[in-house]
Ligand binder design. Sequence first.
Ligand code: SF4
Ligand code: SF4
Ligand code: FES
Length: 251
Amino acid sequence: MAEEKKKQVDVTANLVPIFIMGKKYEVPGSLTIQKAMEYAGYLLVRGCGCRGGICGACGTIYRFPNDHKLHFGLACQTVVEPNMYLTQLPFFPANKSTYDLEKLNTETDQIAKIYPEVYKCMGCNACTQSCPMDIEVMEYMAAAISGDVEKAAELSFDCVMCGLCTSRCPAEEQQYNVAILARRLYGKYMLPKAEHLEERVKQVNEGRYEVMLKELMKADKNELKRRYVEEREMEPDMADEMWEPKDKRYL
Ligand code: SF4
Ligand code: SF4
Ligand code: FES
């Protein structure tokens, strides 16, 4: 207990001022923006999902005093800095076309037919500069415009759909929706089919997991707790890629 108290004192020893939507807070300087907001009393319902840099829900924009430059980051990945003025942008509206992937192909005009506004891109690079994942957004847009599906898909592979690029675009593009279309086309029509995935889909369709799921649905809280906390076999932190659990019934 004494040890825990000591740790708490250590965490709060280095408080730094930050400004969340214009209001000043003193927060521990070692926290991410997301944890600092919670420390300051915010209950994060929107603007927070995976907490691991994957879901793109926590897009954040910030500036420092006497500095014209805008900075962009994911709140769950970016550590606070003294005097950052920040606001979150958990969602930014973007045109999202509907299409039937089965009826598309990889011809060069395919993306532009669905998102004709790609031709309005003026090559300003504001999108690349705002991407918290350091993606060459302007480059993948250029690839999409020229119909190079493979290049657009590969360049945009790390996109977390945060929408920050879209918020900055003077041509009102929706880069991340263009990018996901490219990746869908690439995955469906250009990459070889993943045989193990097909096999797993077949197993699911044949009901391989039905019994297990029904068991879990019937279990009460204590039973779920026992299975999850006491019995669950977890992959070790340093497991090699061939690691498998001992219980292979549901593999
Ligand atoms: S490309 Fe755009 S939507 Fe994707 S991660 Fe970068 S800024 Fe976010
Ligand atoms: S911000 Fe918009 S206009 Fe500028 S390069 Fe990116 S997509 Fe093109
Ligand atoms: S909460 Fe998912 S990326 Fe930050």
